[in-house]
Design a protein around this ligand. Structure first.
Ligand code: GLN
Length: 531
């Protein structure tokens, strides 16, 4: 059995420094060194998972193949490294407490008083190790959400302190901080970093590496100063300057030798082929810098926030790079869309994505958008709720079922073309009760999607409660909307398309969750190619 090495990534000074991107970059680099790597995220909030969180709180909810609703950082992990994450890769304080309380109720603790230390910290340590047991990894990278000094993250840091002691040399701590530039003084300031490291040291954790986020280039003298003040080797103080693209971050880390220094410190060899394995990534970044043509994609949704549709944005962007196009995404708030302004809003778009979502806010705007793109033959990609609104629009305006709707939005509709699955109706709570994770789908002969995927059987990730109502299936097909992807076990409709149009495809599943930098999703690729 190999000795797994553990890398802990913490953050200090301020939040939103991009710990997820740094963790993903380290994962990518170590994978390129020839090692088996996984990355997990510990979120200090009390929600069991982000599934019930409003996207305005934490951005998009990402879904793993095994059906866990997770933080959007897991999307970065998968896109950067191509690894597939599971239930072990996403842990929240809520999950930890839930597990401990369940054990207490079962009597597992034999009458002991249950405390943060050792019961909560032991549960956290087990979750870090559990990952090791599951996959025989060379490296487990554990990213701790939040900022050093937050009350919420204290049990995680205590668990790391203990674990590092127990692991005796088989772990590293990488601390990410911020070096602000004070314009009035014309100076870069290291004091917040020094304080943050002191705070970490006060908790019994000495960082091995410091990654300094900065808007301006840091000179060697400053890096030396930080190293000296923080008990860190100079070659282990790395700077992470703002870059035009997040995909340049791993290369910037590599240039400063972060991967080599990590391996040297942990006593692992750099396996042959490292540079060669990174070369594909370098090609990608080169292409990204050299995009000549621009295409404009309207993103019709209701959350006017970059992170709310993170995976869709990245999937579009990545597919654009692979096809030589800069994808300019224009957010279109569906709440403001109506019959009189939809034309002027969408006319200039080369393509339109109708976004996923829940609830009725902005729903009629989405239907108006579909109506406009369908009748003006603008390439349209509907995802989950977006696909459902393609169905509703078609029912209303082609089948003439004026009151057609999804029963999520109008439970009284006489034409519930989108309806809740039988098994879901009796549910009493919201968390984790959707159709979640990867399911099989078979693609119909002669369909556009079969041509795009190039294989008859696919597996895609889901996150929804409502489905196409098969009672209406033949009417749709006769009128020209083809149900070209079906679940082979229960016949649920997973894909609709209108063959006569340039590109009009809706998927009940979320292809954006499985699109990665080096393996972009075929649907996104084909959509962008056809704009
Ligand atoms: N609200 C819809 C459903 O539950 C769509 C969900 C989504 O877009 N992810 O089926």
């Amino acid at each position: 059995m190999k000795q797994t090495k553990y890398i802990f990534v913490t953050g200090g000074v301020v939040s939103s420094l991009g710990k997820g991107i740094i963790s993903s970059s380290i994962g990518l680099l170590l994978k390129a060194c020839g090692y088996k790597v996984t990355i997990q995220k510990f979120d200090p909030y009390i929600n069991i998972d982000p599934g019930t969180l409003n996207p305005y709180e934490h951005g998009e909810c990402y879904v793993t193949e095994d059906g866990v609703e997770t933080d959007l950082d897991l999307g970065h992990y998968e896109r950067f490294t191509g690894i597939r994450t599971t239930v072990h890769n996403s842990v929240t304080t809520g999950k930890i407490y839930q597990a401990v309380i369940e054990k207490e109720r079962r009597g597992d603790y034999l009458g002991k008083t249950i405390q943060v230390v050792p019961h909560i910290t032991n549960e956290i340590k087990d979750r870090i190790r559990a990952n090791a047991l599951d996959g025989d990894f060379d490296f487990i990278i554990t990213e701790i959400g939040g900022t050093i000094g937050d009350m919420e993250s204290a049990p995680f840091l205590e668990a790391i302190r203990q674990l590092r002691w127990e692991l005796g040399g088989h772990s590293l701590c990488i601390h990410l901080t911020y070096v602000p530039y004070l314009r009035a003084a014309g100076e870069l300031k290291t004091k917040p970093t020094q304080h943050s490291v002191k705070e970490l040291q006060g908790l019994g954790i000495q960082p091995d590496f410091l990654i300094l986020r900065t808007e301006k280039h840091l000179d060697r003298a400053l890096l030396h100063k930080v190293a000296a003040f923080c008990n860190v080797d100079t070659d282990s103080v790395i700077q992470s300057e703002d870059l035009p693209s997040i995909y340049e971050v791993p290369l910037n880390m590599h240039r400063q030798g972060l991967d080599r220094t990590i391996l040297a410190k942990i006593g692992m060899a750099d396996m042959a082929g490292h540079e060669q394995r990174l070369s594909q990534w370098e090609d990608f970044v080169r292409k990204e810098k050299d995009l000549q043509e621009t295409v404009k994609v309207g993103l019709v949704g209701k959350y006017d926030l970059q992170d709310a549709y993170k995976s869709i944005r990245e999937s579009l962007h990545i597919a654009g790079i692979h096809t030589g196009r800069k994808v300019e995404i224009q957010f279109v708030n569906s709440e403001n869309l109506n019959i009189s302004n939809v034309g002027e809003t969408l006319r200039g778009m080369d393509g339109v994505v109708i976004c996923p979502g829940f609830g009725s806010r902005g729903i009629e705007g989405k239907i108006e958008a579909v109506n406009y793109t369908r009748t003006h033959d603008i390439p349209t990609f509907g995802i989950c709720l977006g696909m459902q609104m393609m169905v509703v629009e078609f029912a209303r305006n082609v089948l003439g079922l004026k009151e057609a709707h999804s029963s999520e939005i109008n439970p009284e509709t006489p034409h519930n073309v989108i309806d809740m699955m039988e098994g879901q109706k009796a549910l009493t709570h919201m968390g984790g009760t959707m159709r979640l994770g990867a399911y099989a789908c078979s693609l119909a002969d002669g369909s556009r999607v079969l041509e795009i995927y190039g294989k008859e059987r696919i597996r895609e990730r889901h996150r929804h409660r409502y489905e196409f109502n098969n009672a209406y299936l033949s009417r749709f097909e006769q009128a020209g909307m083809r149900c070209s992807g079906r679940n082979p076990e229960n016949n649920l409709v997973e894909i609709v398309e209108i063959p006569g149009l340039k590109w009009f495809i809706g998927t009940q599943f979320h292809p954006e969750y499985s699109s990665t930098v080096l393996e972009p999703h075929p649907l996104f690729m084909d959509f962008i190619k056809n704009l």
